[in-house]
Design a protein around this ligand. Structure first.
Ligand SMILES: [Zn+2]
Length: 284
């Protein structure tokens, strides 16, 4: 198939109460593992690249690799820009065939965020590409925030309703207490806030920072309206561990066709686990 757009994929997830999983990919080996695993499980797949990954690998390489992967697949595969930071970035991704865009203006004052997102929506919708935007701020592990500061970053339901209506976005990333990276303590999510936003906003909701959340908590967020979740950190760790273990056991091995294999297996095992946890298997 050709690369899939994500509007229908996410609406189906919202309707059938499962979650699409957006997986971070970095190179040929991670893309191959993602597609093979999603294909075997009959799950929809969003392959996500951040601006950092695009700058590392090159947009032409990423686009070409994922396009070929999608063409060979019989499940829908989308190529998504994660945390797009500028109009230039969005323009480049659309020009290279990305089928899904996140624009992150969550650091901007509200009206500026609305303005930026509206502009991106107008540009992306001309190509029938859906847009995800973020409201509230999802923290990172390096942020040393006090609870009060964290509270201030949670998504406001009134604002969410206004934001969706004025921007015309297709999905909304919300801040309900998740953070990027792994959690040090027990993560505290505001599930009532999620339910409230879900009642006020009709488009699919997105959970960032899902790495390291307990399974039961993830299932509860899906029950309350999360239709897409992002997994990045939890994939990097098994890939690196698989690679490290292999090279430790085979200190003389220098063939990348061999030493990536264990890393791919470890990465693939987590991909499968997350697809099943999201209830995304057997949907296509
Ligand atoms: Zn994120």
């Amino acid at each position: 198939m050709t690369l899939a757009t994500t509007q229908d994929m996410l609406k189906k997830a919202q309707l059938e109460r499962f979650s699409v999983v957006g997986f971070a990919a970095y190179n040929l080996e991670t893309v191959q593992t993602l597609v093979a695993t999603a294909e075997r499980l009959r799950a929809p797949l969003m392959i996500q690249t951040t601006p950092g990954t695009i700058d590392h690998a090159g947009i032409e390489y990423l686009s070409a690799i994922v396009n070929i992967a999608a063409r060979k697949a019989t499940i829908p595969v989308a190529l998504h820009l994660d945390h797009g930071e500028s109009m230039e970035r969005v323009r480049a991704c659309l020009a290279h065939g990305y089928t899904s865009i996140m624009i992150d203006g969550s650091h901007l004052p509200y009206e500026e965020n609305v303005g930026l997102v509206k502009e991106v929506v107008a540009m992306a919708h001309r190509e029938d590409v859906g847009v995800e935007a973020e409201l509230g701020r999802i923290g990172g592990v390096e942020d040393e925030l006090s609870v009060d500061e964290r509270e201030a970053r949670y998504t406001d339901p009134d604002m969410a309703q206004d934001f969706v209506a004025r921007t015309g976005i297709d999905s909304l990333a919300i801040a309900i207490g998740t953070a990027h990276g792994m959690y040090k303590g027990e993560p505290q999510l505001d599930l009532d806030l999620l339910s409230t936003i879900s009642q006020r906003v009709s488009i699919p909701l997105v959970l960032h920072g899902a790495s390291g959340l307990p399974d039961a908590l993830i299932r509860e967020t899906i029950r309350r309206g999360i239709a897409k979740m992002n997994i990045a950190t939890e994939l990097k760790i098994p890939f690196a561990e698989g690679l490290r273990a292999y090279l430790h056991d085979h200190p003389d091995e220098s063939d990348p066709r061999k030493y990536f294999r264990q890393a791919q297996q470890a990465y693939g095992a987590v991909v499968e686990e997350k697809i099943r946890l999201a209830g995304a298997q057997g949907r296509y």
